[in-house]
Design a protein around this ligand. Structure first.
Ligand SMILES: Cc1cc2nc3c(=O)[nH]c(=O)nc-3n(C[C@H](O)[C@H](O)[C@H](O)COP(=O)(O)OP(=O)(O)OC[C@H]3O[C@@H](n4cnc5c(N)ncnc54)[C@H](O)[C@@H]3O)c2cc1C
Length: 337
């Protein structure tokens, strides 16, 4: 497994580097999905006076619709994404030691319907294994297994929110900004974690909503997560109390659940995995904040000279990249104030 010196040591992490942070610097983090909450935790725990300003928080954000399994899906560019994802993998591995975080380590089996697939080179430390024989359901032709973090979004977003508050972060919701210049002058620095909202807030026309729908069903016997990206996109992820079945990925900003899509998702998962019709507990829809040109973690100056650090465009991998991108945001913030 990846071996990294961690920032976290128990619940109260010590700074990774002996750093001289300007503790009086006041940071406004826009957004309270996984990106905003993670950045706020890291910044506050390293001494920044941090506030979250957001329209919606935690379980009302697009982040709450995610499964979420650690895997760099529907996101680019690979050369930036993989290092961020590996940082987050290490952090989630540590969090998995405490069940109250909602993070655990699970086997993920990835299958192809069309041809041979093998574990990616960057997954060599994750107990990779090529699947064979009866391990491959009849619907597929090949597959591999790796060990990855599973992040139960409902529990984990609550955990992050509590950890942020414990670190002194103030959180204000119900705020909608038309542009980043609207944020009060009392903040020295702005961190923009607005997900799909960046399309209008920045504005950034490169953002594209990749709508995803999942069905939450009663828990059935599934000892590992199953994923297949070949159409039709299919995944089944066992959580502590239920299973998440997916999925869809269409360019659309429609957040209404479509019962026909739920039926198609459940039928395909049943066909592949051969389980009895499950009770459907909920349907969730979220918009993956995809971005042509890839994830944007970058600093720029707003009109008037104040610095903004952007952190958006994580597509289908916002949890997978969260701690890695937050680390880059933190390093940029140190240089900005
Ligand atoms: C069905 C589905 C399954 C997924 N599965 C996975 C998975 O298994 N693994 C994984 O890593 N990722 C997964 N994802 C992707 C992941 O959910 C996203 O990449 C991630 O949630 C993006 O988080 P975010 O914090 O950047 O954005 P969001 O969660 O969208 O949060 C944006 C925040 O900004 C605020 N905001 C936006 N605009 C404004 C404004 N103008 N003024 C004030 N506030 C504003 C919002 O209110 C919100 O608080 C999945 C997504 C979907 C939809």
């Amino acid at each position: 497994m990846i071996s990294r010196k961690s920032d976290t040591d128990g619940d109260k992490p010590a700074p990774r580097h002996p750093i001289a942070v300007n503790t009086k610097a006041r940071v406004a983090v826009v957004g309270a999905g996984v990106s905003g909450l993670t950045c706020a935790v890291l910044l506050a725990e390293h001494g920044f006076t941090t506030s979250i300003l957001a329209e919606q928080i935690g379980d009302r954000t697009d982040s709450a619709a995610a499964a979420a399994i650690w895997f760099p899906y529907d996101v680019e560019p690979a050369e930036a994404v993989i290092p961020w994802a590996l940082i987050a993998y290490g952090r989630f591995q540590e969090l998995a030691r405490d069940p109250s975080t909602g993070v655990s380590m699970v086997e993920m089996r990835t299958f192809s319907r069309v041809g041979p697939i093998a574990p990616p080179n960057w997954a060599q430390a994750f107990a990779p294994r090529v699947l064979a024989g009866r391990e491959i359901p009849a619907a597929f032709v090949s597959g591999f297994s790796i060990r990855v973090p599973l992040i139960e979004t409902n529990k984990y977003l609550d955990y992050l929110q509590t950890r942020a508050i414990d670190a002194g972060v103030s959180i204000q919701d119900g705020l909608h900004f038309e542009n980043l210049e609207e944020i009060e002058d009392r903040f020295d620095l702005v961190v923009n974690c607005s997900g799909i909202g960046a399309q209008r807030l920045v504005p950034d026309p490169a953002i594209e909503p990749h709508r995803g729908q999942v069905a939450i069903v009663a828990k059935f016997d599934l000892p590992y997560a199953v994923v297949c990206d070949d159409p039709p996109l299919m995944y089944a992820i066992p959580r502590s109390r239920d299973c998440v079945l997916g999925g869809t990925n269409d360019v659309s900003d429609d957040r209404a659940a479509d019962s026909d899509a739920t039926a198609r998702i459940v039928t395909e998962c049943q066909r592949v995995l051969g389980f009895a019709a499950p009770a459907i507990l909920a349907e969730h829809v979220g918009l993956r904040p995809s971005r042509k040109g890839g994830v944007r973690v970058a600093m720029e100056k707003l009109r008037g000279g104040r610095v903004v650090i952007h952190n958006y465009g994580h597509g289908g991998a916002g949890f997978t990249l969260s701690w890695g991108c937050a680390q880059t945001v933190f390093e940029l913030a140190q240089n900005a104030v």
